[in-house]
Ligand binder design. Structure first.
Ligand code: FMN
Length: 319
């Protein structure tokens, strides 16, 4: 069985495309739309109160009979235990959990004992091998092209995926920079079982992103993203804007984490992404923004990506 078949079976989906966890954006409606299209939707816990996380899971349950999952970025929550409890409460409605931003090891058996396969986000081959040894069912290898928090090694997707797929046996999803069918075909050629999308799904009809944020992604070329938080040892890819220039300017003064925090806290992401006020807040985007030229329904994104990938694979030049 190919790793793509394993992936499709584990997640109960028709096409090898997964919605990445997305702070403020990955709500129940978007997750359901992705799952309805035959891919795998995920409700994100980042940027949500516990009550809202539960509400979004319920919305997804009511909106689709297809399988979907949840994303738990461990480090984003001061105490992830209450989120873990909530996920376990809904275990019969969920198909899988993805874990990011922290050590997944203590959490993997907890979810697996509840019958939930676990996907772990990694950014190096070593990290991937460790996660596999800890029992991860699927790995999400995320390159530095991706929107949002990235791994500190800053490996590109093109270099990372074959290194990870060589190091592990479990299915690997390629994340970072995939925004069309060519990206999906390339990921499969590099040994991935499928892809995880972030930025492409922000600019869709069903996405709760503010229209100003969706339009900013449409306008952005590949060079219109920047990394913030480098001065404190983290790397976070966002859309360039005057606000982001101010943050970068301040970072040149080598502020402490506490000094920088007011500029980079989640609330500033909410202001940019949900309120669309990009003068007073920031919004995540991957470099794939340069490929995004429309705001279609999710179903079109998934269908066209699969059609295009199949055509690309059929028409690859022989030599
Ligand atoms: C708006 C946005 C929010 C994100 N929030 C999270 C998150 O909460 N947890 C997580 O694991 N990854 C998060 N990511 C990363 C995505 O899950 C995904 O891996 C990444 O976007 C893939 O790269 P792409 O943006 O080039 O498609 C986020 C990405 C975006 C664009």
């Amino acid at each position: 069985m190919s790793t793509t078949e394993k992936l499709l079976n584990l997640l109960g989906i028709e096409v090898p495309i997964v919605e990445g966890g997305m702070a403020y954006i990955g709500d129940g409606r978007l997750a359901a739309a992705v799952s309805q299209a035959g891919a795998f939707g995920q409700v994100g816990s980042a940027g949500r109160s516990l009550a809202d996380f539960e509400k979004q899971i319920q919305i997804a349950i009511e909106s689709t009979n297809r399988p979907f999952g949840v994303n738990l970025p461990i480090g984003e929550h001061s105490d992830p235990r209450e989120r873990v409890e909530l996920i376990l409460k809904y275990k019969d409605h969920l198909r899988a959990v993805s874990i990011s931003a922290g050590n997944p090891r203590p959490f993997i058996p907890v979810f697996q004992e509840a019958g939930l396969p676990v996907m772990v986000v990694v950014s190096t081959a070593m990290h991937a091998a460790k996660a596999e040894q800890s029992g991860a069912d699927i790995l999400i290898a995320e390159g530095t092209e991706a929107g949002g928090h990235n791994g500190p090694a800053e490996l590109t997707t093109f270099a990372l995926i074959p290194q990870v797929t060589r190091a592990v046996r479990v299915p690997v999803l390629a994340a970072g920079g995939v925004a069309d069918g060519r990206g999906l075909a390339a990921a499969l050629a590099l040994g991935a079982a499928g892809v995880q999308l972030g930025t492409r799904l922000v600019a869709t009809v069903e996405s709760p992103a503010h229209d100003a944020y969706k339009q900013a992604i449409l306008q952005a070329k590949g060079e219109d993203t920047a990394m913030i938080e480098r001065s404190i040892g983290r790397v976070t890819r966002v859309l360039k804007s005057p606000y982001v220039s101010e943050v970068l300017e301040f970072e040149r003064t080598q502020p402490s984490v506490d000094e920088l925090y007011p500029y980079i806290k989640g609330e500033k992401n909410r202001v940019g992404a949900v309120e669309g006020d990009l003068a007073h807040g920031f919004a995540y985007s991957g470099q794939g923004c340069g490929l995004i030229e429309s705001i279609p329904p999710v179903d079109d994104v998934i269908r066209l990506m699969v059609e295009e990938a199949r055509a690309v694979m059929r028409n690859l030049p022989a030599f």
